[in-house]
Design a protein. Structure first.
Length: 635
């Protein structure tokens, strides 16, 4: 596995140097030695950053599912590909071997073909976290259809907007889904969405909850009898390296979501390579990522990355708090999970609970623990490190985006010394640069700036579906010749990167640039505080002033609010300076969050400004009801 596995820190530096000196040669070798191709490429890379045109492995032919499944059958046919842990711990775990997965994907591929779905057609998948979700994605990839997975928590209007944007022909959904002790009527949501989606000719329905559903004659069909009757054998579609593999929507600065399009070969090579190295995956490991497959993390690091490496990947249907707040720890113990990958928001929620929940379980199987999706604050990092990693399993704080396809900056476990809250070093092939607002590159260390990437890597999204101009304008024009991430970053004295948050979250107070993330970090260090978010609001003298929304821990709820406000500001004053003190602090019971756990600052900003009009579509929030509460209690 030369060129594929990074073995030590000197090896990392050696590989990194090679990858920068000659990126084409670097990726050429990795692609050549570790995957199966119908036809080799004629050229490794063709790119024009000014036009946002990037192509990798030109004219190569492949099918990603041959790499995810078929090639493992001879050596790993009876190995578990997927371990399915249901929402209800009383329900039996499903163990799906690579041979089972081959059979299930083959049948589903044949069912889709029988419905007239073929290469290039868009299929919307709106399913809960059940094995059929992964099987459906792989079946699409098998026949060259482009899957667009919509997180099964999005509202009917969000589903409809996505189906319409990419003109899907078919939807795969289920009767319902479980979420803790709740049942959600997914089919009803699809029915509602489809009232405005004339492009959909067929809906295939997986039975999961047994809830009563309405089946529209001629359009809706239960999938089980079709799968039972379908043959396994099929001929995979031969795909060009740059044919689309999937579209995944991400939110933009405007209300219209961006359909990020990823193509076959580059995405395959990049997710496989990064999975192997960032999680230090070894043959008999049991890997678990708690993200939903409806997000890029689930696409790349529950489905494609692990399966490309012949790994065992856990799919968890439930939530961390059901039936009790130790479900994550129970599942780790039950399946002897070796790699655990989750989000800071989950870590913070679990850290609010008594440590007895985590201490009750044997987590000694863990070798690597990961974090993704937002900056992890110091307190959460230490809690995760102390209680879950038990100071022996390194934390990989992985920085990346829907647009990047895979992880770009992360420690390599047991190789890169970790540093709390730092994503540390770029992976081979990734060339981060920090830029100032005048578009000059900031060189040297101990600096902060706008994070850009200088050179393409194979996993980068190729376009926004149907709107290449928007792709170009959003990512390639602010800093010409470079990919602009929209994030700010700090490079420390040894060259480690720390992501400081979206640059659009910067607030200028009395002429000083203040990042929301470091202020929130200090607030969160207050022992009574569970979580916080700050935004700017107009101020006569300072230009902007800071408004803090703060969730208290249970232990802090009885405290005098005015004293708490003073203590929080004292803490900020000590850690950042008096300039960063908050003018207003509102105690709230929750913060408006996207389904992936990100705080919707846009809404908080409007509330802080006293502008209660036009919040936009809040139905896609995790907790839309909180908006009303915060609004009513505004200071
Ligand atoms: O701001 C960064 C933050 O999440 C953004 C990307 O969000 P999304 O496309 O939804 O993908 C999330 C999963 C990859 C980034 O621009 N972000 C992601 N990971 C980190 C992070 N911020 C800090 N540290 C991270 N590890």
């Amino acid at each position: 596995m030369k060129n594929y596995v990074i073995e030590s820190l000197p090896d990392y530096f050696k590989q990194y140097k090679k990858s920068i000196k000659n990126p084409k040669k670097f990726w050429d070798k990795i692609a050549d030695e570790n995957f199966v191709w119908y036809q080799r490429w004629e050229k490794v890379l063709k790119h024009d950053m000014s036009e946002a045109k990037i192509e990798w492995f030109l004219n190569a032919k492949l099918n990603i599912t041959k790499n995810c499944i078929d090639r493992h059958l001879s050596s790993r046919g009876s190995k578990h590909a997927i371990i399915f842990e249901p929402n209800n711990p009383e329900e039996a775990t499903q163990y799906i071997t690579y041979q089972d997965l081959y059979d299930r994907v083959g049948k589903m591929a044949n069912v889709l073909r029988a419905q007239g779905i073929g290469k290039g057609d868009r299929v919307c998948i709106y399913l809960p976290m059940i094995p059929e979700l992964a099987v459906a994605m792989l079946a699409c990839a098998r026949i060259g259809a482009i899957h667009t997975v919509v997180f099964a928590g999005f509202s009917a209007s969000a589903v409809a907007a996505r189906i319409t944007d990419c003109d899907c022909k078919l939807v795969i959904t289920s009767d319902g889904s479980y979420r803790g002790d709740k049942k959600i009527d997914l089919k009803g949501i699809v029915d509602e969405a489809l009232k405005t989606c004339p492009s959909i000719g067929k809906v295939l329905v997986v039975k999961r909850t047994g809830s009563a559903v309405t089946m529209q004659e001629g359009r809706d069909e239960w999938i089980a009898p079709l799968l039972d009757a379908a043959p396994v054998d099929n001929i995979p579609e031969i795909m060009d390296s740059e044919d689309p593999l999937f579209i995944l929507y991400t939110s933009g600065s405007t209300g219209k979501p961006k359909g990020m399009m990823h193509s076959c070969a580059g995405y395959m090579v990049y997710t496989a390579y990064t999975f192997k190295n960032v999680f230090n995956y070894k043959e008999n490991d049991i890997y678990w990522c708690t993200a939903d497959i409806g997000w890029i993390t689930g696409h790349s690091y529950i489905v494609y990355g692990p399966l490309l490496n012949g790994a065992t990947t856990v799919i968890f249907e439930g939530v961390p708090s059901y039936p009790q707040p130790d479900r994550f720890w129970e599942v780790i113990e039950k399946h002897k999970v070796t790699q655990f990958y989750t989000a800071p928001t989950a870590i913070r929620a679990l850290a609010k609970e008594s440590t007895e929940w985590v201490e009750k379980h044997d987590l000694s199987s863990l070798k690597v623990i990961g974090s993704v999706g937002e900056p992890i604050n110091d307190e959460a990092w230490h809690w995760y490190n102390d209680h879950v990693g038990r100071k022996t399993s390194p934390i990989v704080d992985t920085w990346w985006q829907t647009e990047t396809g895979g992880i770009l900056i992360s420690p390599l476990p047991y190789i890169t010394p970790t540093k709390p809250t730092y994503a540390t070093l770029p992976l081979p092939g990734v060339q981060p640069v920090l830029m100032d607002d005048k578009r000059n590159e900031i060189t040297g260390n101990q600096v902060t700036g706008n994070l850009c990437i200088r050179f393409p890597w194979p996993g980068i999204a190729r376009t926004i579906w149907g709107d290449h101009q928007r792709y170009k304008e959003t990512y390639f024009t602010a800093f010409p010749g470079k990919y602009f991430t929209g994030d700010g970053a700090l490079r420390d004295e040894v060259g480690y990167y720390r992501i400081t948050g979206r640059v659009d979250d910067v607030i200028i107070v009395s002429g000083h640039n203040l990042g929301t993330a470091p202020i929130e970090d200090s607030i969160n260090e207050h022992p009574a505080v569970a979580e916080s978010a700050i935004v700017g609001y107009p101020h006569d003298i300072k230009g902007n002033a800071l408004y803090g929304f703060v969730i208290l821990k249970e232990s802090g709820e009885g405290r005098d609010r005015d004293n708490l406000r003073k203590e929080i500001n004292q803490l900020i004053s000590e850690q950042i300076g008096p300039i960063a003190k908050l003018d207003k602090i509102q105690f709230v019971s929750g913060l408006p969050k996207t389904r992936s756990g990100k705080i919707m600052r846009r809404i908080l900003r409007k509330i802080a400004e006293g502008d209660f009009s036009n919040f936009g579509d809040i139905s896609t929030l995790l907790n839309p009801e909180i908006v009303e509460e915060i609004k009513n209690e505004k200071l």
